[in-house]
Write a protein that binds this ligand. Sequence first.
Ligand SMILES: [Zn+2]
Length: 329
Amino acid sequence: MPILLMALGEYATGEYSYSQVADDLNAQGYRTQNGRLFTGYNLRDILGNRFYEGKVVYHQGLPDEQIIDGSHKVPEDVRQLWLRCQVIKKERTNRPTGHPRRESHDYPFSHVLKCHQCGNSYHGEAVYYKDRTKLRLIHERHSQGKQCNTLPKSRSVESLNKEFGERVLAYVNLDEGWKTRIIAALMSNGGISEDKADQNQAERFRKVLENLRKQHLWGDISDVDYKRERADLERQIKALTLDTTPVEMPNLERAAQLLNEMPVLWQHPGVTNKQRESLVQEVFNKISLDGEALVAVEPKPAYAPLFADILMHAALGYPEFDSPPSPPA
Ligand SMILES: [Zn+2]
């Protein structure tokens, strides 16, 4: 009963859609009586069931439909909340443009999912079946020129989410050595120059600067001279060390952090398909589906060095991922 109260209470605020309430319950670790994740439909069913109003309906939807007071006892707080939810529900149904937070159809793989055989895109489609909405990604029907023989021609978003988590993200795991290895790789590619002579010269200037500071402290040189010489030395040190600053690193750190969090985020029941979509958009250029299996991923340039590292140094054990990630731009 506390779950029911919580769900009704949240919906009654008018702030949340069915699926947002369901996501919240899931995120807090609650499950249905069958041990499944809540969906927006669970709440919709509850709000469509007059049992919670204390009523019993006979022959629902038929000409001789009859609604009577039930003999069952519904706690008054549940009944009151349920009634308040009816008002919210009615407001939303009457809104001509629809509520902005209504249940939306988001496809985590829109724009990036391609057919491995013909390269065509998959597009999202909401399929209504037995009073339920199922989201599917469907192979482009019209291939240019040649007919594509890949099968099946569509996959449910649910199964793709699962497969992506289990067969792709499960292997996304950067061990502690990634940073050292990537810096080494970038340096050997000329990405980060490290001129030994420049380094030594900069070090000498730093020592001169330190001496200058001491002389100034002891009153051996004037303020004006000190400031002028200090500015000059600092400028030269900066010029010498500029090239050795690994410019790519802050972005790479951020990318690595997101990549390491992604497998857990992806599976988290509180994460929506919309959020999954932004994760995919952030990291991947292309995800290739060969009918029934995801077979290759192409990361965005910012993530390519990290994926290269994962492929090189982790025991992937997944030989179907055959296409190497593109080199850093
Ligand atoms: Zn195809």
